[in-house]
Every structure is written in structure tokens, then in C-alpha cells.
Design a protein around this ligand. Structure first.
Ligand SMILES: C[S@@+](CC[C@H](N)C(=O)[O-])C[C@H]1O[C@@H](n2cnc3c(N)ncnc32)[C@H](O)[C@@H]1O
Length: 216
């Protein structure tokens, strides 16, 4: 994607619209998949705060749909809540997600949830330390979601950045609020790297950064 396209993506993300307002009030607006919808509505309550809030999940879903992203990588699966949002959008786009989780119990739970959601053909869960596994995932990406160990965000960024195609997005969770001090190197990098066009969305209050890769 050329810089003009990048700016269009950023404008789209920042621009207020009635649809975005509706989604803020009800992040499930327009989600019609009968298997996934009840899971999106109820799963986070079972997992005491680890999962992205629904409004943040909806944001990722819209970003993927609106940009036609198809090759996604998630770092930090937990029980698969954000993966459900990402996977649902990728299913619509004909894409695939690889998601990495270091905790075998959480990874198994996520696999069960993706199977129940009918997204097991879209999402591959790898039980592994992302720092070791990222180099083993083949190919390039157009969408990354970072939501694992906060002090390692900068390391994750360094591992993925050159593998994301121009116009692709590197997104990260918990970039505002208390976690900020654990990821100062990451925040500085995404805001100062000349290859990236970054905006930070407060959303639920936990914050999501979106860094679009400029044309090289
Ligand atoms: C905040 S939770 C992820 C929540 C998930 N993205 C969601 O919204 O449903 C962070 C997860 O990252 C995992 N994690 C931490 N360090 C990791 C690493 N180096 N590699 C893979 N997973 C890691 C943790 O075990 C935990 O399940």
C-alpha cells in the first residue's frame, strides 16, 4: 500500500462515524455468526481480565475486514478470545491466523474454543515461546496482534517488522495506562521508526497501537 493508502487507513480508523459510535455502544452490532456470537459475548467474563474487552476485539475485527488482511499472526492467545474476533474477520477475507501461546493449558483451551466456533480451519494454535517460534512461522504477514508479556513487546516487534508487507498493520494491546512503563522501548520505536505510521487508540482504556508499514 502506498503512503496515500496508509493515510486513508489511518483516517478511516480515526474518523468518527455513526457506525463506529453504534459499535462503541454495542460491539456485537452486525455480528451474525450464530456459533461465534455467544462466545464473543460471554467468553471474557470466564477469564478474569486477561482477554481484550469486546470493544477492542471489534476494533481488530473491523481493521482486518476493512483492509482485506489475510495473513495474520497473534502473539499471546490465552483462551482464544481475541483470536475469535481476528479469526472471524479472516474467515470472511479467506485468510489464516497463526496464534502463539506459551502456556499449554491456555493453548488447549483456545483450540477447543476455535473448534466450537467452527474456526479451527482458519486458526492454527502453536504452543510455544513466541520469541523462539516467530522465526519458524513461514512467509510474510499483513496483520500482527501483540498481546503477550509486556516487557518483550520490543523484541516481538523486531522479530516481525521486516516480515510485514507494506500496508500491513502491527497492532499491540495495553499501550496506554499502567502497562506503558513496561514497554517504553516498544512505544518509542513504533512512534519514531520512519518505516511506520503509528496511531494509538484509547478504546476500552487499555489502548491499541496500530502501526502501518509504509512502502519501502
Ligand atoms: C493478555 S493474555 C492474551 C489474551 C488474548 N490475546 C485475548 O485477548 O484473548 C497474554 C498471554 O500471552 C502468553 N504469553 C506470555 N509470554 C509469551 C511468549 N513469550 N510466547 C507466547 N505466549 C506468551 C501468556 O501465557 C498469556 O496467555
Amino acid at each position: 500500500m502506498k503512503l496515500a493508502g496508509v493515510c486513508a487507513v489511518l483516517l478511516l480508523l480515526t474518523g468518527p462515524s455513526s457506525t463506529k459510535e453504534e459499535q462503541k455502544n454495542d460491539p456485537f452490532t452486525g455480528i451474525e455468526n450464530e456459533k461465534v456470537l455467544p462466545m464473543l459475548q460471554h467468553l471474557p467474563r470466564q477469564h478474569g481480565g486477561m482477554n481484550v474487552p469486546p470493544v477492542d476485539g471489534r476494533f481488530l475485527y473491523d481493521l482486518i475486514l476493512e483492509n482485506g488482511y489475510q495473513r495474520a499472526l497473534e502473539i499471546g492467545t490465552s483462551n482464544g478470545y481475541s483470536g475469535l474476533w481476528i479469526g472471524l474477520a479472516l474467515q470472511h477475507n479467506g485468510g489464516k491466523l497463526v496464534t502463539l501461546e506459551i502456556n499449554p493449558l491456555a493453548a488447549d483451551e483456545a483450540r477447543g474454543n476455535f473448534l466450537k466456533a467452527g474456526l479451527d480451519g482458519v486458526i492454527e494454535v502453536r504452543t510455544a515461546d513466541a520469541l523462539e517460534e516467530i522465526p519458524k512461522v513461514p512467509g510474510t504477514f499483513d496483520f500482527i496482534f501483540i498481546d503477550a508479556w509486556k516487557p518483550d513487546y520490543y523484541k516481538y516487534l523486531r522479530l516481525v517488522k521486516d516480515r510485514v508487507v507494506p500496508g500491513g498493520a502491527i497492532t499491540a494491546h495495553n499501550v496506554t495506562g499502567g502497562s506503558q512503563r513496561q514497554m517504553r522501548d516498544f512505544l518509542e520505536a513504533i512512534q519514531n521508526d520512519p518505516d511506520l505510521e503509528t496511531i494509538i487508540h484509547p478504546l476500552s482504556g487499555q489502548g491499541i497501537s496500530v502501526s502501518i508499514i509504509k512502502s519501502r
